[in-house]
Design a protein around this ligand. Structure first.
Ligand SMILES: Nc1nc2c(c(=O)[nH]1)N[C@H]1C(S)=C(S)[C@@H](COP(=O)(O)O)O[C@H]1N2
Ligand SMILES: [Mo]
Length: 203
């Protein structure tokens, strides 16, 4: 029963409740999980676009992104392979601010995030709005390392980390849900770590 859960159990680690079910704290390490080779396109030629079902498709250059009002996330990230990393700090711009420029069509309900490498991942539009998603280029105040998605990655920390596409080039707004790379390979469409939505068929 949820009400009595933990009542008879000792909880030595004070922060235990911060870990979603089945996750462990990876501490100061940060595993690299990449399906592709790390791309090395320079920042100066990087562009990021929002297109698809929007009123005003828009492409930002690297310099234009840096000039936007900044936004910082401080909190935890959770990989489906069961590591979580606590107290991370990522900075960039909030997806809300980018969408305010592109103006989603009322029919838009899903997003496909595209990496320059061809990696894709799908998300409900509602999961990248409301101050819960960022396009980031710095970690702990330093440029985001290449192997972790630098120069630019998506950050959607309330979902499993495969939704946070590295080397982000594009958010495509869609009316219908289409599976991205891992979702076509058996992973869950939404991927909420607190509900342990790891694989297709999980709740
Ligand atoms: N382009 C791209 N983005 C990606 C991935 C990938 O393989 N390619 N892996 C995803 C997965 S499964 C995780 S857990 C995180 C890993 O990010 P990290 O390598 O910075 O820890 O990136 C996600 N974004
Ligand atoms: Mo992952």
């Amino acid at each position: 029963m949820p009400v009595t859960r933990g009542f008879h159990r000792r909880r030595p680690e004070p922060e235990r409740g911060r870990l979603p079910p089945g996750q462990y704290d990876t501490g100061s390490s940060w595993p690299v999980l990449s399906a592709e080779a790390t791309p090395h396109q320079p920042e100066e030629s990087w562009t990021f676009s929002i297109d698809g079902l929007v009123e005003s498709p828009h492409t930002w250059t690297w310099q234009e992104l840096q000039a936007l009002p900044g936004s910082t996330f401080f909190g935890d990230i959770h990989c489906v392979t069961t590591w979580s990393k606590l107290d991370t700090t990522f900075s960039g711009v909030s997806v809300d601010d980018l969408l305010a420029v592109a103006r989603p069509d009322p029919a838009a309900a899903f997003v496909m995030a595209h990496s320059v490498t061809g990696y894709t991942t799908n998300l409900p539009l509602a999961d990248v709005t409301g101050g819960r998603a960022w396009v980031v280029w710095s970690f702990d105040g330093k440029p985001l390392p290449r192997q972790h998605g630098g120069p630019l990655r998506l950050l959607v920390p309330h979902l499993y980390f495969w939704k946070s596409a590295k080397w982000l080039s594009r958010l495509e707004l869609m009316a219908e849900d289409l599976p991205g790379f891992w979702e076509q390979n058996g992973y869950h469409d939404r991927g909420d770590p607190w509900r342990e939505q790891r694989y297709q068929g999980d709740d």
